[in-house]
Every structure is written in structure tokens, then in C-alpha cells.
Design a binder for this molecule. Structure first.
Ligand SMILES: Cc1cc2nc3c(=O)[nH]c(=O)nc-3n(C[C@H](O)[C@H](O)[C@H](O)COP(=O)(O)OP(=O)(O)OC[C@H]3O[C@@H](n4cnc5c(N)ncnc54)[C@H](O)[C@@H]3O)c2cc1C
Length: 627
């Protein structure tokens, strides 16, 4: 892999390519990457893509294949995911936390929830978060994507985003035996047929996940047989970003690997961009970027005349790089001694993430979850062997989700209470977003996701040799808005990550109600057959409204679906990019990643990141000013 990247660099005429002595060892899921001296000369490129993550590699590949004359340089802070079990094996999703491929971000203590830091791990690797995420592949409802256009960005609607999600994906239709065994259902006409990213159902479905389907139906929820064409309500079998080998699909494996020897596309790994270089014109022009390698050596990567920089460093690093380069709010930049090139207060603003709470139950004797892999060595050996044949537990990360609107969860009286709470706009929510969200909440768009983690994922009393499951309850449309801003001039320091969770009363109230409802799943006949009745966490001491509220405040998690720090909105609405994704006030700098999403959707976000990459490529190659 690296040889090929170096080769492609050589074909571009570089004096030296990245010299990486990559010794990759893995023990207990921990990746150790050793690097040595870097000696690098970077040749000017037509397009410089900062960040080889989900959206970054998507656009890089599409631009490189669009014209033989377009040279594309990708600069990625992490290394390759090739051969890393923690990346490739579906069951190991989330095992990257705390390893060298984790940026290790944390959310600052939240004023309106328990005052503790919240984990916000993220992939520092080619593929970015697509290499470390939970593999869940979902879409939201039409109205949620159409809201982007209503907020002021022509063409950013369901039709264009649906078309570009389909362009990214390729459905691997389940075999007859899998359908027979697990009941997998998917409407193939709603999915892409020939995109680079394979999506499929796992070869193994734990019984407890099948039980979540049965429990949902027992509770009267809809079983959705076509959740990928604009109506996502109900429980359904969700696809995963994995092929049928089965290996996780990352943007590296899907978009880069098949193209790695292509001479227009050059990828430098372990290349951390510290700043975008802008000229002094009144509407600044990017001339290139500053790059730092692990040995501390620093280089300038320059643009060819007429070229552009594409910022795809993700929701945390993209606003940081804009601010470090002098684009942002002068009240933040000036005190740090940064020369303000473009006054743009929207940079880092409008930040949000899904919020999540968990309930934990113990499985009855005879039923096992992934917990058993850590206390039963024989089982681990057997499953590892089975995985090499494409079967068994390790092929599974997730396959069942349940998205519901408020009227399925709340009583008639509670709906009246909800209306009362929503009659006042929370302080941090922009008025136009509030108006749209209120409409979505009260008119049947899904607001919560229930999903089962196949392990002990919350609580203090984990017993040895025991298997558990945890139900995650995710609020999919928080009203609270926060920010990500720098507080130093160094790329080595993390910016302050503050989604302002629970600032809105609605966000607290709804997550508490939806979490209390979560208990009902375990009281169904379907779950009672496989779980011990007594809840492990939080347990019977939590039952009143006040107790649930306190519980969610003290046990709040991020949904790992951060968005909005370089929003696709009109400038006067705290926007950072217009419909063609160019940063306001600049000539040739675009943002192409999840930072542009102006409002979160009721879905996991990787398909949106791929669609943004695909759509941006369409915009650039057709020279369009909007979609
Ligand atoms: C733990 C976790 C679980 C998730 N689970 C799911 C799921 O199951 N399903 C789903 O749909 N979504 C999931 N998501 C969300 C989804 O994966 C992300 O929203 C999406 O992949 C983000 O894409 P992106 O292109 O915006 O950023 P990324 O994919 O994060 O790409 C950013 C890239 O930029 C690089 N970079 C950053 N700074 C620099 C710099 N200064 N110089 C050079 N390179 C830099 C990073 O290393 C990274 O490769 C999850 C996310 C996480 C973190």
C-alpha cells in the first residue's frame, strides 16, 4: 500500500516521497505505529485535500478521475488502515478508542449536564471516522434533507443528496440463506447498485438483535421494509458498511485502494496540516498549506495556478484550521495574536452532536453477548477461526435500528407538555432552525433512535463470566447549539469542544422521556425470554420523571455524529460556506466534510459524509455555483 503511494508520488516527479518506517504491531487491540525521519518535497497540485477521511478521499478520487490534467494531493495526519484488525473486523468497531488511531478528543464539561468530560473519539487514519465507526448505514427522512435548502442553500435537498448517497454505495443483496435464517428485508430499488462503498447485512445476527425487532413490533411499532427511500420511521434491518468477505468498508478501501497507483492522485500519510496559506488580497486566495511530519519537519504544499484547497479535516479540525489561518470571529482570533484575514463569525459556531443515554440488562443463562469473547477463550478462538471463513460473531457490528417520532413514545398528555416546552425558542437555537425543527418534531419526523449494543456498555456492576446487552437511546434532533473554537495558536492543541448539550429544556425533557420508554422494550414478552427481569443499570431506583432527568444528565454520551462547525448557511445566519461550498470571503477554499451540515438528521452520518464528497465533486467538475 505505502509503496504504491510512494510510487504515485514519484510519478509526479517528487524529489522525495514520505519515508515511513511503519512497524505495525497489535496487542489487545492497541496499534503502535513507529515512524522515523521524513524527507519530503511536495510538488504543486491543482487540488490539495486536507484530511483523507470519509468525505476527503471521496472527493479526492472523484476529482482525480475527472480529468487527466487534475493533480490531487491528499494530506492525512494518520496512516493506512490496511491490515489493521481493529479497522477491518466489524465486531471490533469502537475498539480503536484510546489507541494511536484515535485523536482522543473530549467534549468539555457541559454546564447543563453533569460537569464531566465526555468522550469524542475520532479516527486519525486514512478513512477517518469511516475506519473506526459503528458501520451502521442509514438514511433520514426526505423532509430533513429538504430543510437544508429551506435554510438557504439552493439545491441541497433530498433529491440531490439521495442521488449522491446512491452514487457512493453498492448494495450487496443478502443471500437466500441469510434471508431465510434472519429475515433480512431490504428494497434493492432504494439503494445504489454500483458505488465504491459496499453495504451489506452481516453473516451473523445475534438473537438479542432479532429480539429487538420482535419487541418493537410487540410495542406496536411499524416494521419498515423500505427505510432507504425517504421514510425512516419504525424498526428495520439496517445495512452495514462492510462487504461480504466480510471486511469493513472505509473510504480508503472503497475510494483509494483501487486508485492508489493512479498518477494524478498522491496521498501523504502522517502529514498534519497546520495552516492554510492565504494571500493578502481583500478576498483572500489560498496559495497552499503548511504541513508537519512526525519528526517535526515542516513543508509548504503549494497550489498550481487556478488551484484550490479543499478542507476535509472533520468537524473538530476544520474550524480549527480555518481559525488558525485567520478566518473566523475576530473576538476569538485577535486576542490570540492571529491576523484576521476574513471576519466570519460562523466558523466553529452552530455545533451540535446527537445525545445518547443507555440502559443495561443481563442476559439469562444460555444466552451470550460479545462480553463472552473476553471471558471465554475457546469461544474467541472458535469465532476467530469462523471469521476467517467469512462467518460467525466477528462479522457483526450492528443490523437493527428503530427510529420513532414523538407520538409513538409519548402519551396524549405528554404531547401537550411537549408543545408547551416547544412554545419557547431555546437561547442557542437560531430562529429559522427552531421553526423547522419544531415542525419536524410535531409532525411525525423521527426524533429518537433505539439500538442495541451487544455488550455491557453502561453501569458499574459488571460481573465476571456474565453477558449483558445495553440499549442506546439517541436524541436525533437536539435544539441546543454550541461551538468548537481554538484557544491556542498550535495545531497540536485540541480546540475547545462544547456542543452546549442540554441548554434547551426540550433536549433534556425529550431524552429523559425517550430513555424511560426504553425500559418498555425489556418488559415485552420477547425480551423477557432472554434477559433477567431486574435492570442492571440504572435499575429500579430510577423511575420518576425527575429521576430520569437526573439520570440522563449524569450519564450523557455523545452520539459521535458531530456536525455544523462550518455550516452550509447564508453568511448572515452564521454560515461559513455557500451552496458551492466555498468559504465566504475567500476565492478558492472549500469545505467538504460533515462540518457543513447545518442541522443534524435522524440517521447515522457517514452516508451524508460520502454524499457531501460526491456532491462536492459534481459541483467542482461541472463548475456549478449551486446544486
Ligand atoms: C466512534 C464513532 C462511531 C460512529 N458510528 C457511525 C455509524 O455507525 N454509522 C454512521 O453512519 N456514522 C457513524 N459515525 C459518524 C461518521 O463516521 C462521521 O460523521 C463521518 O465519517 C465524518 O466524515 P468526515 O469526512 O466529516 O470526517 P472524517 O472521516 O473524520 O475525516 C477527517 C480526516 O481528517 C484528518 N485530519 C484531521 N485534522 C487533520 C490535519 N490537521 N491534517 C491532516 N489531516 C487531518 C483525520 O485524521 C481524518 O482522517 C461514527 C463516528 C465515530 C467517531
Amino acid at each position: 500500500m505505502l509503496t504504491s503511494l510512494v510510487l504515485s508520488a514519484a510519478l509526479l516527479g517528487l524529489a522525495h516521497a514520505t519515508l515511513v518506517d511503519l512497524n505495525t504491531t497489535q496487542s489487545d487491540g492497541v496499534t503502535i505505529l513507529e515512524t522515523k525521519t521524513f524527507e519530503t518535497t511536495l510538488t504543486p497540485a491543482n487540488k490539495i485535500v486536507v484530511g483523507g477521511g470519509t468525505a476527503g478521499l471521496t472527493i479526492a478520487r472523484r476529482l482525480a478521475e475527472s480529468s487527466l490534467k487534475t493533480s490531487v494531493l491528499v494530506l492525512e495526519a494518520g496512516g493506512s488502515g490496511v491490515g489493521l484488525n481493529v479497522v477491518t473486523i466489524p465486531e471490533k468497531s469502537f475498539s480503536f478508542v484510546g489507541t494511536d488511531i484515535d485523536w482522543g478528543f473530549t467534549i468539555a464539561p457541559q454546564e447543563h449536564a453533569g460537569e464531566y468530560e465526555i468522550n469524542l473519539s475520532s479516527g486519525k487514519i486514512l478513512g477517518g471516522d469511516s475506519a473506526v465507526n459503528g458501520l451502521v448505514w442509514t438514511r433520514a427522512s426526505k423532509a430533513e434533507y429538504d430543510a437544508f435548502e429551506t435554510l438557504g442553500s439552493p439545491g441541497w435537498n433530498w433529491d440531490t443528496l439521495y442521488a449522491h448517497m446512491r452514487k457512493a454505495e453498492q448494495l450487496e443483496y443478502p443471500s437466500a440463506s441469510l434471508i431465510d435464517e434472519y429475515g433480512y428485508v431490504v428494497d434493492a430499488s432504494s439503494l445504489g447498485e454500483s458505488g465504491p462503498v459496499s453495504v451489506s447485512f452481516p453473516a451473523y445476527l445475534p438473537i438479542q438483535h432479532k429480539t429487538l425487532v420482535e419487541a418493537s413490533v410487540e410495542l406496536g411499532h411499524t416494521f419498515n421494509t423500505d427505510a432507504y427511500s425517504g421514510d425512516n420511521a419504525g424498526v428495520y434491518y439496517s445495512l452495514s458498511s462492510q462487504n461480504t468477505v466480510p471486511v469493513r468498508e472505509t473510504s480508503e478501501f472503497a475510494y483509494l485502494t483501487p486508485w492508489e497507483t493512479h498518477k494524478q492522485l498522491t496521498v501523504f500519510t502522517y502529514a498534519t496540516v497546520s495552516k492554510i496559506n492565504l494571500d493578502d488580497s481583500s478576498e483572500p486566495k489560498a496559495t497552499g498549506v503548511q504541513v508537519i511530519f512526525p519528526d517535526g519537519s515542516e513543508y509548504t504544499a503549494s497550489l498550481k495556478s487556478g488551484g484550490e484547497v479543499i478542507l476535509s479535516a472533520g468537524v473538530v479540525r476544520t474550524p480549527q484550521l480555518l481559525e488558525l489561518s485567520g478566518i473566523g470571529n475576530s473576538s476569538i482570533l485577535t486576542p490570540l495574536g492571529i491576523d484576521v484575514k476574513v471576519e466570519l463569525p460562523g466558523v466553529g459556531a452552530n455545533y451540535e452532536d446527537h445525545t445518547m443515554a443507555l440502559l443495561t440488562y443481563q442476559l439469562k443463562d444460555g444466552y451470550l453477548s460479545f462480553d463472552a469473547l473476553s471471558y471465554n477463550e475457546t469461544l474467541l478462538e472458535e469465532e476467530t477461526e469462523l471469521y476467517s471463513e467469512g462467518e460467525g460473531w466477528l462479522t457483526f457490528a450492528q443490523a437493527v435500528v428503530n427510529f420513532e417520532p414523538i407520538d409513538v413514545i409519548l402519551t396524549a398528555d405528554e404531547i401537550e407538555e411537549a408543545k408547551e416546552i416547544l412554545s419557547t425558542k431555546p437561547e442557542s437555537t437560531p430562529q429559522d432552525q427552531f421553526d423547522i425543527l419544531k415542525e419536524l418534531i410535531l409532525n411525525g419526523t423521527t426524533q429518537v433512535e433505539y439500538l442495541l449494543f451487544n455488550s455491557f456498555s453502561a453501569g458499574d456492576d459488571k460481573e465476571s463470566n456474565t453477558s449483558y446487552v445495553s440499549l442506546s437511546i439517541t436524541h436525533t434532533h437536539p435544539l441546543s447549539r454550541g461551538s468548537i473554537h481554538i484557544n491556542s495558536t498550535s495545531i497540536d492543541d485540541f480546540p475547545v469542544i462544547n456542543p452546549n448539550m442540554f441548554e434547551a429544556e426540550w433536549d433534556q425533557w425529550w431524552l429523559a422521556k425517550a430513555t424511560a420508554y426504553g425500559r418498555k422494550f425489556f418488559q415485552t414478552q420477547a425480551f423477557q425470554e432472554i434477559v433477567v427481569s431486574e435492570e442492571v443499570y440504572p435499575g429500579s431506583s430510577v423511575s420518576t420523571d425527575d429521576e430520569w432527568l437526573e439520570y440522563v444528565k449524569e450519564n450523557l454520551n455523545a452520539g459521535y455524529h458531530s456536525a455544523g462547525t462550518a455550516s452550509l448557511l447564508p453568511k448572515e445566519s452564521n454560515g461559513v460556506v455557500g451552496a458551492n461550498l466555498t468559504v465566504y470571503g475567500t476565492q478558492n477554499l472549500r469545505v467538504v466534510d460533515l462540518s457543513i451540515l447545518p442541522m443534524l438528521i435522524s440517521a447515522h452520518t457517514q452516508p451524508a459524509a460520502y454524499a457531501i464528497g460526491e456532491l462536492a465533486a459534481t459541483l467542482i467538475t461541472t463548475g456549478s455555483t449551486n446544486c
